[in-house]
Design a protein around this ligand. Sequence first.
Ligand code: 5GP
Length: 126
Amino acid sequence: MSYAYDATNIFARILRGEIPNKTVLETPHSLAFEDIRPQAPVHVLVIPKGPYVSYDHFAREASEAEIVDFTRAIGEVCKMTGVALDAGNGFRAVSNAGMDGVQEVPHLHVHIMGGRDLGRMLQPAG
Ligand code: 5GP
C-alpha cells in the first residue's frame, strides 16, 4: 500500500495561493502560517510544500533537503514566536495523523502552540 494524497485539501489550496493565509515564515520547502482557530496565544501550523499526508509519510518519503528545511522551519517559528526555550517558556508541537489521530486536514502539519500553560497532553480516555 502507498500513501494517498488528496490534492484538493485546504492546505494544498493555500500552497497554490487559492486561499489566503497569515504567513509567519516561508522557506524553499516549507510554509508556516497562523491557525484559523487558534487554541493558544501562539498557534502556528508548519507544513511542507510537498504532497505528504502525514508525518510518517514525510519521514519515510521526503528528501533530506525537505526534512532539513522543515525541521529548521519549525525551529525558526519557535524562535520568531518567542516560545523557543532559549528565550521563552516553551511550547507543544503536535502532528495529528489519520482517523485515530483525528486529523482534519490531510496534508502534514505540525501545530506549534504556546504562550500559556497548555496543561497535560491528553485527557483520560472515556
Ligand atoms: P488537525 O486537526 O488536522 O490536526 O488540524 C487542522 C488545523 O487546521 C485546525 O487547527 C484548524 O483550525 C486549521 N485550519 C483548518 N482550515 C484552515 C484554513 O483554511 N486556514 C488556516 N489557517 N487554518 C485552518
